[in-house]
Design a binder for this molecule. Sequence first.
Ligand code: HEC
Length: 384
Amino acid sequence: MQSVLQRPTVLLCAAVGLYLCVLGSVSLVASPQAVQAPVRNALPAVRTGAQIYDAACATCHARDGRGAPQSLLGFETEVRDFTDCTVSAEPTPDWYAVVHEGGPVRALDRHMPAFGEALTSEDIDKVVDHLRSFCAEQDRWPLGDLNFPRAFFTEKAFPENESVLETNVSTQGDHAIGNELVYERRFGARNQIEIKVPIDLQQQGDQPWVKGIGDVAFAFKRAFYANNGSGTIAAAGAELILPTGNADKGLGNGHTVFEPFAMWGQALPRDSYIQMHGGIEIPSDSAATKEAFLRTAIGTTFAQDRGFGRAWSPQVEVLWARPFGEPSEWDVVPQIQVSLSKLQHVLIAGGVRVPLTQRDERHAQALVYVLWDWFDGGFFSFWK
Ligand code: HEC
């Protein structure tokens, strides 16, 4: 029975061509349908990304990458416009996973078929490269591959669209819970603005708890260098911390702080990376101390389910700060980040900041953040 059904299908595919075959195999059975050998067989032995794309993807994504019109698609989900360079923010491993496993691996539409059996991993690399080429200004747009996992203190060079809620809790000494709401918005290929709003809760000795907004900060940065090939990105910018908090209650500095900074990120072999972030804090009040800092984060990413599933990124930060005229302060921050949603646009991280110097005044802090990359979709979308 099976062979009777299969043979005409295969013959038909060979005769009518690959377009119909892919379309046919997709619409016949509930997706994601693994597209089988016909795709591979119909391609020349040495094939380019463009050839693979035209044969296996263009029916839905259109030859020009803009997506086939709804009338031709036969399903309602709109497909993405690959000529829109903002797609460069999608990391290559995510696209690889979607092409290999089908849309549902990242909670995308089930009409996106799985090509893991029809295409070799080399084919998939080539066709993903071809997808990248639809963005006409590839060199200006840093790839999502340079968007390394977020560390607690070492800020990244990549211009992001995300919201983060970060909480730190002191483990000893005066009770203090610090919350920070961070909103980051990318504009253009390489720029980003950022707003940080601290909401603090503190208790000194047996005094009642004090709570309120601390010093709100605004920052701008620009990735002035990005090399997708070598996996390098560098950015510079500045932050202005305004005295919005009530300094008498211990909720702020009581003066403005100007902080020029620079950051650098480098991909290392085996999904590992190093990130650095240095700067100087210059207070408007000449009686307050200036401070130089350099923060380094080193980490790696593992993904479950043969590399296509949930991503775990353990990393460690080393923090150095030097108030002018005073000894250096050193801290280490072991931490781990894990993706929660299937699309990996909602992540959680936990860590501990452990002081290595001045340990009688400085205590360990527990840290947590939840990160939402809102550009990719609603907080509650794309979980299954
Ligand atoms: C039967 C139609 C169909 C075919 C054939 C098809 N796709 Fe898709 N593809 C979709 C749909 C539907 C989506 C989900 C909507 C979206 O994100 O654009 C999708 C999503 C994707 C995405 C994820 C885009 C994102 O949102 O990050 C990538 C990458 C992709 N397709 C690549 C390919 C490649 C490469 C091929 C050929 C090897 C291919 N597709 C063939 C329908 C198809």
